[in-house]
Design a protein around this ligand. Structure first.
Ligand code: NAD
Length: 476
């Protein structure tokens, strides 16, 4: 069920002298050993990517699209095998892992189509002159993907790079390598030329510190925490290299007095525990109108307390463990801090069960603005429910953090919706739903949640440079 782990460089699988253990977060049992790239492996990956750029950037977009679609079809065929590996290494319930595999395949399919639509334009010019704009692949991409979505996070970056005509060196998360390994296998079987996709693992700071300043790297694409994103942006700036940053979020949920209280509360409680809350768009700070606060809180707490928690391989489980022990320690600290500052712990609040990195679905009520959890992304199954007197207040509190990734609201009032669209500072706003994005919509943040977009027709923009061509019929 769990794949052999390796580095994939210049179309070949490699082992390495150093390796790391990969552990099942539900059982704490070892799943395998992950090879760590030495500097010589990274140099080989860079050389391979530079050579591959000459071939892949000149491969017709339709041919690139066909290879990407073929690989995506293989991923769909291998859905069960990939999903089981994801659940084993990351902990999420198997049905969620299956959906992730399909979502990953959809990212490839969308970007394959976009490969053929990277249109330029012709600008009106004086007779005898032709002004045209061309979109060209930016060059070698160094990408870094996190552990919360082992397949769909690498898929976002690989899909956009390959569709644009760029080779990529991806360092996927060491704790959850199998999704990226399966993607590399699918592309190997689909006939991707060697060196277009290179997959490495190792000590993250050593790999990023070595790769990012290298001359051939023209784009750094990262998904992860704001702190690490800032650090990588600094490394890229040393060489004036472009960045695409998908960083943290701390999503507000504004619940207005006109909404269906029961339905909104149940939707919130169910979505909060998805992937054990380890989602950058996870709904976290609920600002509920005071007229409906008690009803909303009662339903929310009842539903979240009933969550079936356990090993994600078992049927019926709604929430698995946290992906690693760092999350359990971080969540424990955030809950203690909030309670010390006067918050009410309505349910949960602690680690439980051994083995495994399980944390109880947790609700904190009436949390003060000064509590750490109001400013730090919990990245776990913890919700904050606060009562607010008005929409003004809800919007002000939603915007009070540096994050601006996803935001949600429940209301049917047209005047409220207009204000929400204009005033909530996020890259993705969802009203009466807690879905945040699909492959055909642009996904990304404002403020400290990053820059650039993945998906939508905007998705390939970061991976391409714009060239303006002025052609004069005679020497002018
Ligand atoms: P972290 O900040 O140490 O790491 C986050 C990710 O960045 C990991 O995948 C890690 O391997 C990678 N990373 C860390 N240092 C790096 C470096 N110097 N160079 C390259 N990559 C590096 O924290 P963590 O404990 O792994 O994750 C917790 C935090 O990360 C969460 O609080 C959350 O904010 C953030 N996170 C966000 C997302 C997202 O989808 N936006 C995903 C995973 C984690």
């Amino acid at each position: 069920m769990y794949p052999d782990l390796g580095l994939f460089i210049d179309g070949q699988w490699r082992r390495a002298a150093d390796d790391l253990a990969v552990v099942n977060p539900a059982t704490q049992e070892a799943l395998g050993r992950l090879p760590c790239a030495a500097r010589s492996d990274l140099d080989d990956a860079l050389d391979a990517a530079v050579s591959a750029f000459r071939i892949w950037s000149r491969t017709a977009p339709r041919d690139r699209a066909n290879v990407i679609r073929h690989a995506a079809a293989l991923m769909r065929e291998r859905r069960e095998e990939i999903a089981q590996a994801i659940t084993l290494e990351q902990g999420k319930p198997l049905p969620q892992a299956r959906l992730e595999v399909i979502r990953g395949a959809e990212f490839f399919e969308w970007d394959a189509g976009e490969a053929m639509r990277t249109y330029g334009r012709v600008i009106p010019a004086p007779r005898g002159h032709r002004l045209s704009v061309h979109h060209q692949p930016i060059g070698v991409v160094a990408a870094f993907s996190p552990w919360n979505f082992p397949m769909s996070q690498p898929a976002r970056k690989i899909a956009s790079a390959l569709a644009s005509g760029c080779p990529i060196i991806l360092k996927a998360a060491e704790e959850t390598p199998a999704g990226a390994i399966h993607i590399a296998r699918a592309f190997e079987d689909a006939g991707l030329p060697p060196g277009v996709l290179n997959l490495v693992f190792g000590v993250p700071s050593e790999i990023s510190g070595y790769l990012i300043p290298k001359d051939p790297v023209r784009l750094v694409a990262f998904t992860g925490s704001t702190a690490v994103g800032r650090h990588l942006t600094g490394l890229a700036a040393q060489n004036d290299t472009s960045v695409l940053m998908e960083l943290g979020g701390h999503a507000p949920v504004i619940v207005c007095e006109d909404t269906d209280v029961q339905a909104a509360a149940i939707a919130g409680a169910v979505r909060k525990v998805r992937n054990a809350g380890q989602v950058c768009t996870s709904p976290t700070r609920f600002f509920v109108h005071e007229a409906i606060f008690d009803d909303f809180a009662e339903t929310f707490v009842t539903r979240i307390s009933a969550t079936v928690v356990g090993n994600g391989m078992e049927p019926g489980v709604e929430m698995g463990p946290a992906a690693n022990n760092r999350r359990v320690s971080a969540l424990t600290g955030l809950v203690e801090d909030a309670c010390n500052r006067g918050a009410t712990l309505a349910t949960g609040g602690a680690r439980y069960g051994t083995p495994g990195y399980f944390f109880q679905p947790t609700v904190l009520k009436n949390v003060r603005e000064t509590a750490r959890i109001m400013n730090e992304e919990p990245f776990g199954p913890v919700a904050v429910l606060n009562s607010v007197p008005s929409l003004d207040d809800a919007i002000a509190q939603s915007n009070s953090v540096r994050y601006g990734l996803a935001g949600y609201a429940f209301t049917n009032r047209a005047d409220y919706i207009e204000r929400l669209v204009d005033e909530v500072e996020v890259g993705n706003l969802s009203i009466n739903t807690l879905e945040a994005s699909v492959p055909e919509t642009p996904f990304g943040g404002v403020k400290s949640s990053g820059n650039g977009r993945e998906g939508g027709i905007e998705g390939l923009e970061n991976y391409m440079s714009v060239k303006n061509v002025w052609h004069s019929a005679g020497i002018a």
